[in-house]
Write a protein that binds this ligand. Structure first.
Ligand code: PMP
Length: 461
């Protein structure tokens, strides 16, 4: 018989399940997944889970899609790996052209393929710096970023990340730190209200540029909608138009970290589409192959590439598995499936439906402070007092409580918080696969409601 995981003593759990796999928390229970099917995952006790967050906002078309499996098999039968310094391959070339056509921009965008979002950000940083070097400017090598942000776990990408918890152990070896104000209307750092604020948070980029000196700055990086560090924190209208204008005026490149928002997640192909703005360089990850294989990409506009093409003619970066045919063919199949099945439209429509249901849930809850996001990327922030927005104290570990108890009830949600729990807000992201139906959204919200009510009763009675 199935034993609910929280009933297993944690230490007992690990003794029974001991393996040498390093897990995020070694003494905690993690179900062992055996297989997936669409929006569902199953573990080795036979328990079924609704994948309410696509893993880490990644499995955007759901699990074990037969068309993707067929495409992967077909490519594996041809060739899985060739080294990028010796060969290119048809799927790699085709994928680069496909991403460019999805952008539908005035100028072409070139793609550099890597294996994780963090590497895509690292590559974006290097392309930005190299762009200025090739123009003979060796001073422009600083990259500005915001607090309450996450750009990756490698030292360069973590240096840019405004994520206190992930930084703190490595602060002494990080190269840099964020200097620009977060964009966070629910807890405005300037204590203002939109639109009276006239976008003080965007103007803060200009202050940061003036402080550091535009002649030292290669680029500014931002997530269109903040993911892991804050739970789908969504900038107001006009924000990115202003950011774009400030970057242009100061001759600074704009890097969009679309690792989480990229390829349909927010109801548009790219997150920045909501603001009608294009970045100079983009990082893509997660959704590129929907988790079927590791692949990510840094995209750079013709304008960014031009001095490089006319100069050293080479991007000084790369990994052994960069642009391998297996991963690029898989990503192509995923994108083709998204387009063919009109999934971005589905995200838009069902995202609205999900948002309304979660707003209704919030209206009757004593611990939901804010519901926000776009498409199927909705954040829920928990507070101990909805009127004062007072966070829970860190000992409560509210995000963990919600995530664990939802999982025990058969629903996966994604924890998002930039600080130590309680210090900078506690949130989860609800981000199911794009193929979810309205009926399945009802099921998802029912389990979430039950979970939040149980936690609320435990905490505030
Ligand atoms: N940027 C953003 C916006 C992300 O959400 C993530 C992952 N959560 C990363 C970068 C890093 O990607 P990866 O975990 O694939 O290295």
């Amino acid at each position: 018989p199935h034993v609910p995981p929280t009933l297993l003593p944690r230490k007992e759990g690990i003794r029974l399940k001991r393996s040498l796999l390093i897990k995020p928390m070694m003494n905690e229970y993690y179900p062992t997944v055996t297989h997936g099917d669409g929006i569902y995952l199953f573990d080795n006790t036979g328990k079924k889970y609704i994948d309410g967050c696509s893993g880490a906002v990644t499995a955007s078309i759901g699990h074990t899609n037969p068309e993707i499996i067929a495409a992967m098999y077909e490519q594996a039968n041809k060739v899985s790996f060739v080294y990028r310094s010796q060969f290119t391959s048809e799927p790699a070339e085709e994928l680069a052209n496909k991403l460019n056509s999805l952008l539908n921009a005035k100028e072409d965008y070139w793609s550099f393929f890597v294996n994780s979002g963090s590497e895509a950000v690292e590559t974006a940083m290097k392309i930005a710096i190299q762009h200025w070097q090739e123009k003979g400017n060796y001073r422009k090598n600083k990259i500005l970023s915001r607090w309450i942000s996450y750009h990756g776990i490698t030292i360069g990408a973590l240096s840019l990340s405004g994520h206190v918890k992930r930084r703190e152990r490595f602060v002494h070896i990080l190269e840099d730190y964020p200097v620009v104000s977060p964009v966070y209307c629910y807890r405005c750092p300037f204590n203002q209200k939109y639109p009276d604020c006239q976008l003080s948070c965007a103007n803060d980029l200009e202050t940061a540029i003036e402080r550091a000196g535009a002649d030292q700055i290669a680029a500014f990086i931002a997530e269109p909608i903040v993911g892991a560090a804050g739970g789908a924190i969504t900038p107001p209208d006009g924000y990115y138009q202003k950011i774009r204008e400030i970057c242009d005026r100061h001759h600074i490149l704009f890097i969009a970290d679309e690792v989480m928002t990229g390829l349909g997640r927010t109801g548009k192909m790219f997150g920045l589409d909501h603001w009608g703005v294009r970045a100079d360089i983009m990082a893509l990850g997660k959704g590129v192959s929907a988790g079927y294989t590791p692949i990510a990409a840094a995209l750079a506009s013709e304008k960014v590439m031009e001095p490089i093409l006319n100069g050293s003619n080479s991007i000084m970066s790369g990994h052994t598995l960069s642009a391998n045919p297996q991963s690029t063919a898989t990503a192509l199949a995923v994108i083709n499936f998204i387009e063919k099945s009109k999934l971005v439209e589905n995200v838009q429509e069902n995202g609205e439906y999900l948002l309304q249901k979660l707003q209704a849930l919030a209206a009757n809850s004593q611990i939901i402070g804010d519901v926000r996001g776009k498409g199927l990327m909705i954040g829920i922030e928990f507070v101990s007092d909805v009127k004062t927005k007072q966070p829970f104290s860190s000992g409560v570990q509210i995000t963990k409580k919600i995530v664990d108890q939802a999982r025990d009830k058969g629903l996966l949600v994604y924890p998002a918080s930039a600080g130590k729990e309680g210090a900078q807000g506690d949130a989860v992201i609800i981000s199911p696969p794009f193929i979810i139906t309205k009926q399945e959204i009802d099921d998802l919200v029912a389990v979430l409601k039950e979970t939040i009510e149980a936690v609320q009763n435990e905490l505030v009675g």
